[in-house]
Design a protein around this ligand. Structure first.
Ligand SMILES: Cc1cc2nc3c(=O)[nH]c(=O)nc-3n(C[C@H](O)[C@H](O)[C@H](O)COP(=O)(O)OP(=O)(O)OC[C@H]3O[C@@H](n4cnc5c(N)ncnc54)[C@H](O)[C@@H]3O)c2cc1C
Length: 432
C-alpha cells in the first residue's frame, strides 16, 4: 500500500513541501500526496499588506492550488481542518459553503499515514475589548481585500469632502512589527499615488497615519540600529510613530490607551502579535503552548505523535540556544525542506535529522521610500546592515526564491516577465 501523506495548509511552508513531495514521491508513484487548504488560491503572505494598500493586484500573484497540484503530482482538497483523530489517523474537514450560503461539500474525514500541519498563524487580539469587532486585520487575502475596500472608501470620502469640511482623518495601525511598519509606509505610497489619479483632497494635511507600538521601539525583534533607521525614515515620510503605548480598548471611532488617552481613528488595523487557531479539545489532543502553537521536537515531529509534523508559524520549535524559531517566511521555507528530507527518512525507516534554523537576516521595505535590513554572514554570523538598491534587490529575491521553489527557474522568469508587462498596462494602483 502506498503511504498517504497529507499536508494541511498551503502557505509559505506547506505549498513548498507539497510541491517537493509531489515532484519526487508523487511523480514516481512512491506515495500519495494530498494538500488541504481552506482557500482555492495561494498568495505569499508577506505581500498581503501591499494588496491591502492597493499597490499590488492579487490576480498577478495568485496561484491556483488545483492547477499547481496537477502540474506537481499531488491532489488538492478544499476544506478547513477542524480536528484530528490520532487513533483513526484522520483529519476532520468542515463543510464547504458557497458564497450564497449553500453547503457545497458536507463535513468529511480524510485519512493519513503521515500528517503535516502547516496552518500558519493569525493576529492576536489578546481578548482586548472591541479589537475583534472594530479593527481590521491582514491575515489572509479576504481580510486584505476587505481592508482595501475600507481604505479606498475612506480615501474617496476624504478626497470628495475636502472642500466642504477641513476635518483631519486618521488611520491607526497597532503593532510596530514588520507588518505594521511596512503597511504604514505602503499606505503613504498609495496616498501619494492616488493624488496623481485625481484624489486631490487626499494629502498629508487631511490624513494622518499613526503607528502605535507597546514597547520602547518599533521592530523589537530586529537589531536596534535597523529599528532606529526605520523610525527616522517613517518620520520623514510623515507617519506618526507612538512608542510605549498600550491599547486597552477599541470602539467604532477610536482607541483607548492605558494612560487614559483616546486616539480618534476612522480605521484601525490590528497587527500586534500572532497566535495559532485553537481547535476544540475533544477534536485535538496534541501539545500546544499559550498561543496554541504545536510543540515540536527538533525533527519537527509533534511531541506526542511522530507521524504528525508541524511547520511554519503554527510550530513552536525550541532551538538548542534556548531561542524559539521566529514566525517568518524564511523559517517556514527551511522547515519545509527539513520536513521533506525527514519524511523520506521516515518512509525508509532511517533516522531523522534535526532542524537547524539559519537566520539570513531581515529586510524591511518602506514601499518606494526605502528598504533597510541586515544580512547575516554565513561563516562568522556577523550582521551586515544594508539599505538602498542592494536591500531592495535582496527583499525582492526572498519572494523570487519562494516562486522558484514552486515553479522552477524558467517558469518564474516567465511569471516575472508577464507581471512586468501587466505593470505597464495596468494602473499603478487598484482603483475600484
Ligand atoms: C503582512 C505580512 C507581512 C509579512 N512580511 C514578512 C516578511 O517580510 N518576511 C518574513 O520572513 N515573514 C513575513 N511575514 C510572516 C510570514 O508571512 C509567515 O511567517 C509565513 O507566511 C508563515 O508560513 P506558514 O506556511 O507557516 O503559514 P502561511 O503562509 O500563513 O499559510 C498558512 C496556510 O494554511 C491555510 N489554513 C489555515 N488554517 C487552516 C485550516 N484550519 N485548514 C486548512 N487550511 C488552513 C491558510 O489558508 C494558508 O494557506 C509577514 C506576514 C504578514 C501577515
Amino acid at each position: 500500500m502506498l503511504q498517504k501523506i497529507v499536508i494541511v495548509g498551503g502557505g509559505a511552508g506547506g505549498l513548498e513541501l507539497a510541491t517537493k513531495l509531489g515532484n519526487n514521491l508523487g511523480k514516481k508513484k512512491l506515495a500519495k500526496i494530498f494538500l488541504v487548504d481552506r482557500s482555492y488560491i495561494h498568495l505569499w503572505k508577506p505581500l498581503l499588506h501591499k494588496f491591502a494598500a492597493g499597490s499590488l493586484y492579487k490576480e498577478n500573484h495568485a496561484i491556483s492550488y488545483i492547477a499547481h497540484a496537477k502540474n506537481h503530482y499531488f491532489q488538492f482538497y478544499i476544506g478547513e481542518m477542524i480536528g484530528i483523530n490520532r487513533i483513526k489517523k484522520t483529519i476532520m474537514l468542515n463543510e464547504v459553503i458557497s458564497k450564497i450560503g449553500h453547503v457545497v461539500i458536507p463535513k468529511r474525514e480524510l485519512n493519513y499515514d503521515i500528517l503535516v500541519i502547516a496552518i500558519g498563524s493569525e493576529s492576536n487580539h489578546f481578548t482586548i475589548s472591541g479589537v475583534k469587532k472594530y479593527c481590521s486585520f491582514i491575515d489572509n487575502i479576504l481580510q486584505a481585500k476587505q481592508l482595501y475596500n475600507r481604505i479606498f472608501n475612506l480615501f474617496l470620502k476624504i478626497s470628495t469632502n475636502f472642500n466642504i469640511n477641513k476635518e483631519k482623518y486618521n488611520i491607526t495601525i497597532v503593532g510596530g512589527g514588520a507588518t505594521g511598519v511596512e503597511l504604514s509606509a505602503e499606505l503613504y505610497n498609495t496616498i501619494e499615488g492616488l493624488h496623481q489619479y485625481g484624489f486631490q483632497g487626499l494629502k498629508k494635511d487631511t490624513l494622518d497615519i499613526t503607528l502605535i507600538e507597546m514597547g520602547p521601539r518599533i521592530l523589537p525583534a530586529l537589531p536596534e540600529k535597523i529599528s532606529n533607521k526605520v523610525y527616522v525614515s517613517l518620520k520623514k515620510i510623515g507617519i506618526k510613530v507612538i512608542n510605549n503605548t498600550t491599547i486597552v480598548k477599541c470602539n467604532e471611532s477610536g482607541l483607548f490607551t492605558k494612560n487614559g488617552e483616546y486616539i480618534k481613528s476612522e480605521l484601525i488595523v490590528w497587527s500586534a502579535g500572532i497566535k495559532t487557531q485553537k481547535f476544540k479539545t475533544e477534536c485535538f489532543d496534541l501539545e500546544t503552548n499559550h498561543i496554541h502553537q504545536l510543540l515540536v521536537k527538533d525533527t519537527l515531529q509533534t511531541t506526542l505523535d511522530e507521524k504528525i509534523f508541524a511547520i511554519g508559524d503554527c510550530a513552536s520549535c525550541l532551538l538548542k540556544n534556548g531561542i524559539y524559531v521566529p514566525p517568518r517566511a524564511q523559517a517556514a521555507h527551511q522547515m519545509a525542506t527539513c520536513t521533506y528530507l525527514n519524511i523520506l527518512s521516515l518512509i525508509k525507516d532511517r533516522s531523522l535529522k534535526s532542524y537547524i534554523y539559519k537566520d539570513h537576516g531581515s529586510l524591511i521595505s518602506l514601499s518606494k521610500f526605502k528598504t533597510i535590513g541586515n544580512l547575516i554572514e554565513n561563516i562568522t554570523n556577523n550582521s551586515i546592515l544594508i539599505e538602498g538598491v542592494v536591500a531592495r534587490l535582496a527583499y525582492l529575491l526572498v519572494y523570487r526564491m519562494h516562486q522558484i521553489s514552486l515553479h522552477g527557474t524558467i517558469k518564474t522568469g516567465v511569471i516575472m516577465l508577464s507581471t512586468n508587462i501587466n505593470r505597464i498596462v495596468q494602473p499603478k494602483f487598484k482603483l475600484y
